[in-house]
Design a protein around this ligand. Structure first.
Ligand code: HEM
Length: 139
């Protein structure tokens, strides 16, 4: 059985390290986005929110690459993808509502409610993302 380290550094191995780094960075960025908003630091909030997008893209890219290395059972995978795709669509809805709030077109509650719904889907996508690995098996 290969050691965890060899799994992480072997060039032919699945990109687990990249996937976990990008997923962890996405969650960290989202926490910082919310903290900056809570403190009323609008510029920082906006910069971090926009910076989250390429990091999220990286996470999706490496998570998607897992398909070549793992067999995920159909139903759990569908459940996970429902949450993950909804969260990805919602990030743009939240960004749009943030812009609308910035312009003074909608109240802060409108943007923050959507943001919390989005974060709920991120949580569900993360939990079910871990679950599909537990019920799946390497190819
Ligand atoms: C991942 C995307 C985003 C998340 C998760 C998010 C989350 C939040 C949350 C939770 C709040 C409310 C904070 C509180 O209760 O005080 C907030 C406030 C705000 N957001 Fe966002 N946001 C995002 C993107 C954006 C974007 C793209 C913009 C602008 C174009 C934006 C503009 C604002 C503004 C102006 C406020 C009010 C800050 C203040 O109180 O001065 N947000 N955001």
């Amino acid at each position: 059985m290969p050691s965890l380290l060899s799994l992480l550094v072997d060039p032919g191995a699945p990109p687990y390290l990249e996937m976990f780094l990008f997923l962890g960075a996405t969650v960290l960025m989202l926490v910082l986005v919310v903290l900056a908003a809570r403190k009323g630091k609008r510029r920082l909030h906006l910069g971090l929110a926009l910076g989250t997008l390429p990091v999220l893209y990286g996470a999706i890219h490496y998570a998607g690459a897992m398909d070549a290395y793992w067999n995920f059972p159909k139903v759990p995978l569908r459940i996970h993808l429902s949450f993950a795709i909804t969260a990805t669509v919602l990030v743009f809805v939240v960004a749009l509502s943030g812009f609308m709030h910035f312009m003074g077109w909608v109240p802060k509650k409108f943007h923050s409610r959507l943001a919390w719904i989005f974060l709920g889907f991120v949580l569900l996508a993360s939990l079910t993302g871990g679950w599909i690995f537990l019920v799946g098996e390497p190819k």
